[in-house]
Design a protein around this ligand. Structure first.
Ligand SMILES: [Zn+2]
Length: 200
């Protein structure tokens, strides 16, 4: 199974024991802010930005899933890395919803994440990453506007997700700018996902 991993920044990401492996792209977890440092201002700014993200009222990006069904596996160890994401289990074919409004930044297929979407939020500060989808919804195109709750795809097991455990791998990252959809500092989406996924 590990031998099938071929993309950079790949690590396993099961939400539960039954999930043998899945993938995400994500940078290493950042260390905690240090007090009495010249960097405090920058770090405080990051915290402020995270607070802005928390105030955005994201919805759970899988239709019909409520917060009680999502385990926080953000810090779980996965193949020498941390997960930096959450896995949302749902039957194959369940609609995947845009967690927030924004712009479709990138449609990409890779060996580990399978069929994926990178979405830029409307403030252009955050990237939402959706992976392992069975298929996209029709009519998606890079650069198009997305509204919160819009169906963007369907839950599946593409990439390295176990065939018998369909789920959406969902990650939130700070946007690096200039179209760089990958590699931003991750933010734990779990505490942000307090609203059941409802299609709009
Ligand atoms: Zn995952």
């Amino acid at each position: 199974m590990q031998s099938s991993f071929s993309c950079r920044r790949v690590f396993m990401c099961p939400a539960f024991a039954i999930l043998a492996g899945a993938c995400a792209r994500g940078p290493a977890v950042q260390t905690a802010p240090q007090a009495e440092s010249p960097l405090v201002a920058v770090e405080a700014s990051s915290r402020d930005t995270a607070a802005v993200l928390a105030a955005k009222s994201l919805i759970i990006p899988v239709e019909g899933v409520d917060p009680s069904r999502i385990r926080d596996s953000y810090t779980a160890a996965r193949g020498g890395r941390t997960h930096d994401a959450v896995d949302i289990l749902a039957p194959r074919g369940t609609p995947v919803l845009a967690a927030d409004s924004g712009t479709l930044l990138k449609l990409r297929r890779n060996d580990a994440g399978g069929l994926t979407i990178y979405q830029l939020d409307h403030t252009r500060k955050f990237v939402y990453y959706y992976a392992h989808m069975d298929r996209y919804s029709e009519g998606l195109a890079e650069g198009m506007r997305l509204r919160q709750g819009q169906v963007i795809g369907f839950v599946g097991t593409t990439g390295n997700a176990p065939e018998d455990s369909p789920h959406l791998h969902f990650q939130v990252m700070f946007y690096r700018g200039r179209g760089q959809y990958w590699g931003g500092e991750p933010v734990n989406p779990h505490p942000l996902l307090s609203r059941t996924g409802r299609r709009r």
